[in-house]
Unconditional design. Sequence first.
Length: 425
Amino acid sequence: MAFQKPPGTQDILPAAAGKWQYVEEKARDLCRRFNYRELRTPIFEATELFQRGVGETTDIVEKEMYTFTDRGNRSITLRPEGTAGTMRAYVENKLYGEPDIAKLYYIGPMFRYERQQAGRYRQFHQFGIEALGSDSPALDAEVIALAYTFYQEVGIKGVRVEINSVGTPAIRAAFRDELLGFLRPKRELLCKDCQSRMDRNPLRVLDCKVDQHHFEGAPSILDSLDDACREHFEQVQRSLEGMSIPFSINPRLVRGLDYYTHTAFEFKAEGIGAIDTIGGGGRYNGLVEDIGGPNQPGVGLAIGLERTVMLMQEQEEELAKRQRLDVYMVALGEQAEQHASGVLYALRQAGLSAERDYQSRKMKAQLKSADRLQASFTAILGEDELAKGEIVLKTMATGEQQTVPLTELAAVVQQLREQTLEGEV
Ligand code: AMP
């Protein structure tokens, strides 16, 4: 019996990998421009880190973690998100001791045992950033701006930015009681999820997609904010306006995770079945302390890459160009075939992408491969040319052919390539 991938996982095949590379390169380039530096942490961590860092009452910790006992009898969990591991590394490596604030990013797989649906997987990938060591509202706005720019630059249309303030833990606790007062009489009308959330994490009830019509007149957390929280939220908005980032305020937005303080935000877009959230984050001023570190504020965000890749448009031409092969080498006859590897290697050493035939196929079949690989040039090595130390070079776009000394092949291809690149500008 042939094996199949586990439910909720994906093979990213070579035909799709170009898109992934494009997205990842965009993420890295944006981080360079915004001065965030990469942090690579383990894929698995002590289970307790997530219990403390993500929160005991969250869906993730309650029912979605891949947890196992290793051979040393430790409870280990495959990371369900990137923030807890980042905090752990920040504390363990004392990054808080440096004069500048820590601006970090990560890209990698996350694991949650979730119900599979379009845009929801059990192994998925996130690009996330975390800025630690400052409670400036300008930093909240910067994090939002980075994500907004990311979606713009990878070509996702119609992205909406929603922001909210969830205050401090004390404000949330008081608001929770007020909200429960409003929800209790409606309990029987609400969906099963909401009923269970009422017991565990009532703020998240307002997030429910199906019950919105029951929430008219619900108290708004924005009315519960104290002056300091209101001021922070105001300044985040002013900073966003200063960067011309469009946003709307959604007072019902609370995130799935417990640790947010002040700013919470989400990015939404249509086009993936029932799912519309493509990224989100917020400020988490108590989190570093919660996992045993010093009292350092932070703000961060995570972007789902599967959803990004699904929604990307209009990059086909750019992606095709990037995947084009420079030279396909056609070798005809036994002697030429023997020389082919050396010629090919010289091209590759010169920085060009080059391929040949390894199946001793006829010329026509080899030329078809060159077409499939969208080779910019075909180099044809026959016995006659070989005897003279030459090779025939064909520019595929124009059909022009020239005979070139073998020793100069790479240089000539480079030169022609630069000319055509200039021509495209
Ligand atoms: P969260 O850590 O839950 O706030 O998720 C941040 C982003 O990661 C979401 O907006 C999604 O884009 C993505 N994401 C979260 N869970 C999944 C999943 N199971 N499958 C695919 N993407 C996900």
